[in-house]
Design a protein around this ligand. Sequence first.
Ligand code: ADP
Ligand code: MG
Length: 342
Amino acid sequence: MITVQNVNKTFVNKNQEFSVLHDVSLEIPEGVIYGIIGYSGAGKSTLIRLFNGLETPTSGDIKIDGQSIVNINKTDLRLAQQQIGMVFQQFNLLASKTVLENVALPLKLIGVPKEQRQKRALEILEIVGLNDHDNKYPNQLSGGQKQRVAIARALIRNPKILLCDEATSALDPEATSSILKLLAKINREMKITIVMVTHEMEAVRRICQQIAVMESGKIVETGSVTQIFEHPNSAITKSIISESQLQNDIDAQEVLKEIKQNATSDSAILKLTFVRETVRQAVISEISREYPKAQFSILGGQLQPTIEGVMGYLIVQIQATEDLQEQIIKNLNTKQVQVEVI
Ligand SMILES: Nc1ncnc2c1ncn2[C@@H]1O[C@H](COP(=O)(O)OP(=O)(O)O)[C@@H](O)[C@H]1O
Ligand SMILES: [Mg+2]
């Protein structure tokens, strides 16, 4: 378990102070995939770098399994750091070393004999699906393969925790998908806790069980993926969720724009979010039967898998008097559908 207690972080550059984290507290349980999401500049990288001692907090404490890594001597910090692997957006591989040498490097640095470290590196390369690439150089690999090498290197010392800072942000959608699957497998099969910092809600939705949302150096909300998608509290969370869903469907956005421009007061565009069992309910046909005076058109939608089951949304236009619109929205809420008027 990672415990963050009332952490503040201020950088000082040329006598100027930059206060980057403000009273951050967080508990990341053992064994989960935990997502920390927020826009660029929110303080995510600074926060995650505190978890393995790459940065130290200005005040507050960070504990790994109950042991502080802030108030600790250098020898103990190095021991604690062995338990924690990290991967980055830009892979950080050594171009002049082969895949095998890159992966084995952390063992070389602690003096593990060549044969032993190469054997271990080959084992890990197999886990990340790169068995036949050990003699290649990083520039002979795709982005997704490079990230697999970086993940293998992060795993070679058997860490309990894997930190990922925007690990999929430099990858195309296909490579992103395959790296997310690999991370889920590592979490499941190797029982490694994963903390994933990202600005992409898509990535978090697909493999995280729990989420913290960050804005301007603060945690604005935390919860399970389902809770956060079902009842986002803060404006920032709502905005991140909406963007992630709509950007998948640029066509839908254009249609939406046109419809909004031509909209009159007797029509409303709603985004209905379905979580868990409501996905399967025929909510729209039910509601159109209940309100024969209203007309419903479906403008777009999507089903999205999460770790807890399928979740989805529909963009629907209703033609009805304002009174009736209000009744319909209330009715939808009683059906456990989250409604947002666009
Ligand atoms: N070493 C530093 N000195 C001064 N400001 C910094 C330093 N590192 C980060 N910051 C500032 O802290 C804020 C948060 O940065 P960062 O943690 O990288 O955010 P994120 O990863 O969410 O994009 C930014 O405004 C950034 O400019
Ligand atoms: Mg960052």
